[in-house]
Design a protein around this ligand. Structure first.
Ligand code: XMP
Length: 327
């Protein structure tokens, strides 16, 4: 089957009516392509894979098999949200794989950033392939590829992160129902499909997840400190009306300790670094200047509520010279 190309004269989808028309067209196309066969999809909970899954569920229902791999590097509440939205609300045929120990055991003691990324990527494919082999009758692979992915891989900017990677014995025909959409259009379609705002307007999140924010060799306690501080930051940004306004914000916990004092006793603990940035193209980013009262509040909450943290720092560095992520 020929892969779809975005028509030059295609109108940008921005209204519910346009989204509805797109959904109807895709549902028809998917049904025509897949017929009564089964489709397998790796569902991360990110915008693209979530909208792709919701479209496929609408088109083929239980013949879509979603696999959600929890690699232990997801943000607080994410696996629970995927299960709630897809299994409980949309009735999806969802396989949840708890691979936390598997990933963290493989990553133990590995401090090289490229090696960490490689291990996470390779292990993900292994886990997904193992699940695929347990299933009978799969003929298609659903993918949340979007139009910028195609443009970037054609321009040689980045290897197409979605494409393939599966072993030889698991080569399926692709179903890519959001392939010709830009990100903003994917969000409009997702909203029309009834996905929650927290999923549709989610900030970008790297594939290796919190793993690249737990700088150096990942340990479970420091990883928890990243996850808990990130949850506090997101909660406080939402309360302050910054959700959806600041492009990306997160916390990082580096692998060094400094002295501090709690309840009159000496502590020796990690710092938590806050990064909040704005950008249009992610090639250049600027730093969001936070309200000092919010900074004070974040420092107080994170140091009192997150075990192992005794300092909160703010990253004032634009890109370049710094990248957005720390690894
Ligand atoms: P950097 O650190 O390169 O990040 O300035 C630019 C943007 O890309 C996100 N990022 C990733 N996204 N897989 C992804 O899908 C990845 O491996 C990855 N690494 C970085 C980062 O969060 C930022 O938005």
């Amino acid at each position: 089957m020929a892969l779809l190309v975005r028509p030059d004269n295609m109108e940008r989808i921005s209204t519910p009516e346009q989204a509805k028309a797109y959904i109807e067209e895709q549902v028809r196309d998917i049904q025509e392509q897949v017929k009564d066969k089964k489709v397998l999809l790796a569902l991360s909970g990110g915008v693209d894979s979530s909208v792709c899954a919701a479209l496929l569920i609408k088109a083929i229902g239980q013949n879509l098999v979603c696999v959600h791999v929890n690699h232990g590097l997801l943000r607080k509440g994410e696996p629970e949200q995927v299960i709630k939205v897809f299994k409980e609300e949309l009735g999806a045929n969802l396989i949840y794989v708890d691979a936390v120990d598997r990933f963290l055991d493989k990553l133990a003691g590995v401090d090289d950033p490229e090696q960490k990324r490689h291990i996470i990527g390779a292990e993900f494919i292994d886990v997904f392939a193992e699940e695929a082999r347990k299933l009978d009758g799969i003929e298609f692979l659903g993918q949340g590829t979007i139009w910028p992915d195609i443009l970037e891989s054609e321009a040689g900017i980045k290897a197409h992160h979605n494409a393939g990677g599966l072993p030889e014995d698991l080569q399926f025909e692709l179903v890519e129902p959001v392939r010709i959409l830009f990100k903003d259009e994917v969000r409009v379609v997702g909203k029309e499909l009834g996905l929650p705002d927290s999923m549709v307007y989610r900030q970008p999140f790297p594939g290796p997840g919190l793993g690249v924010r737990c700088v150096g060799a990942i340990t479970r306690d420091r990883l928890e400190a990243v996850r808990e501080s990130d949850a506090i930051l997101r909660e406080e940004f939402a309360k302050a009306g910054l959700e959806g306004k600041v492009w990306q914000y997160f916390t990082v916990v580096p692998d060094f300790k400094s002295t501090g004092i709690t309840d009159g006793k000496r502590t020796f603990a990690w710092p938590c670094i806050i990064r909040a940035i704005n950008t249009t193209d992610v090639v250049e980013v600027t730093v969001e200047h936070l309200d000092p009262a919010l900074m004070d509040h974040l420092a107080m909450r994170i140091t009192t509520e997150v075990p192992g943290i005794n300092r909160v720092l703010y990253d004032f560095t634009p890109k370049p010279p710094a990248t957005v992520e720390y690894e």
